[in-house]
Design a protein around this ligand. Structure first.
Ligand code: ADP
Ligand code: ASP
Ligand code: MG
Length: 410
């Protein structure tokens, strides 16, 4: 008997027919003697629809109320799923974040899971019930509902798998697994049979939304094996696991892109000690997460500072920076939302030279201007104009020999 945690994404539970298919799949495994904990996302499009409803009232809805609203999407899914299971003659229990005692930080919209008290879930499993837990939500120290950020149901699933010491955590989605790049923009993407936690961390943080980054952090920290696979087939997908020696032989494992960032520049900042902290302190206070940072070489005692933030934080960043610029005497602030970041990722980079150079060469060959560059041990990222994203991804995918020339991808 195994304890299995499965998570089904929005497209997998998009309507009653699809939820029934999920229920049938779960019942088969339950009948085979496994204990089943099922994490569900909101039905496809619901989280966006709820966000739009809030924004129809006010551009920046109050975060506490927005979380109360957004968490209802997952509530609908688990209730319908439990009803379906029962209508099929088996027992089930739906649990919302607070009932499953998923305790989070007090940060609406971006809360972190701090601790899970799994007694209730274990109780329900002992009663031979299939347990359906609402993804993406938890409860903070004040008893208020929080949400974990977009894609957060992946994190709920992996955190539950870690807490329950599940034998496996299966993430069911609308593609067959983790591919060398997004199969929806590159027909020649190849499904990977396995990928290391570190590569998956970089892929997720560089924009591959197939797994939310925090879910991978949890998996790595608690050594939870994740199986990413399709809801619509029985085929094996991709295992996210500890690094093996074979993985080092591949120079680049994947290409990722992110169109959700914006770039801001503060021009002519007086260059003296403490100035970076004067710029970034208020940004941190506004709970804005900064990604790439570049400071130009100083000229005549002045420098330019450029960095990227999430597009959703762009307006707030510009507001904060306007104040900062006035205070520190910077010349002006420039903002650009039409950018994208393309990245190549692979643990093999540690032992192969010349990979960044090759990436720059490929982009130059397509006449794509590089606006910013950042590197880590296993990743190179370039910020480019957004309109070139798909072209850059396809060309890099080809140049690093990732193309599936047989066209086996379905
Ligand atoms: P779910 O609703 O099941 O959580 P998501 O839409 O969050 O699904 O994630 C699945 C999507 O991730 C795919 O449809 C695909 O477009 C995208 N994706 C981006 N990069 C990759 C990749 N490297 N491998 C697989 N899918 C990817
Ligand atoms: N429903 C949330 C979203 O659309 C969480 C999730 O699906 O993982 O982002
Ligand atoms: Mg997702």
């Amino acid at each position: 008997m195994s304890l299995i945690v499965q998570k089904y994404g929005g497209t997998s539970v998009a309507n009653i027919k699809k939820i029934r298919t999920v229920a049938e799949r779960v019942i088969e495994l339950h009948k085979a003697g496994n204990q089943m904990v099922i994490v569900l996302s909101a039905m496809a499009g619901q989280t966006d629809m709820l966000t739009d409803m809030a924004k129809a009232i006010i551009e920046d809805p109050e975060p506490r109320e927005l979380d109360v609203l957004l968490s209802t999407g997952e509530q609908v899914s688990v209730a319908l799923f439990a009803m379906l299971i029962k209508s099929m003659g088996y027992d089930a229990c739906s649990l919302l974040g607070f009932q499953a005692e998923i305790h989070t930080s007090h940060l609406y919209g971006k809360a972190r899971i701090l601790d899970i008290n799994n007694n209730r879930i274990l109780d329900e499993l002992r009663k031979n019930r299939i347990v359906a837990v609402a993804g993406f939500q938890g409860i903070d120290e004040y008893g208020d509902i929080t949400t974990l950020g977009r894609g957060g149901s992946d994190t709920t699933a992996v955190a539950l798998a870690a807490s329950l010491k599940a034998d496996i955590c299966e993430i069911f989605t609308d593609v067959d697994g983790v591919f060398t790049t997004d199969p929806n923009i590159c027909k020649k993407a190849r499904k990977l049979s396995e990928i290391s936690y570190d590569e998956m961390l970089e892929m997720s943080s560089m924009g591959a939304k197939v797994l939310e980054i925090r879910s991978v952090e949890f998996a790595k920290k608690f050594n939870v094996p994740i199986h990413v696979r399709s809801t619509f087939t029985e085929e094996k997908g991709t295992m996210v696991v500890e690094e093996t020696q074979d993985m080092e032989k591949v120079m680049v494992a994947g290409v990722a892109y992110n169109k959700n960032e914006a770039r801001v520049t503060i021009k002519k900042v007086p260059d003296h000690p403490g100035v970076a902290s004067q710029i970034f302190e208020p940004i941190l206070e506004a709970k804005i997460i900064v990604d790439m940072i570049v400071q130009n070489t100083s000229e005549d005692g002045f420098t330019d500072m450029t960095f990227t933030v999430a597009k959703s934080d762009f307006n707030a960043t510009m507001d904060v920076l306007q104040d900062v610029a006035d205070r520190i005497g910077a010349a002006k602030i420039l903002g650009d939302k039409d950018i994208a970041k393309v990245s190549i990722i692979g643990v093999g980079m540690r032992s192969h030279a010349g990979i960044a150079r090759k990436m720059f060469h490929v982009l130059a060959g397509e006449n794509i201007n590089i606006l910013m560059i950042s590197t880590s041990e296993i990743k190179v990222s370039c910020v480019i104009e957004e309109k070139y994203t798909e072209l850059a991804v396809r060309e890099l995918h080809k140049a690093f020999e990732l193309n599936d020339e047989k066209g086996t991808k379905k």
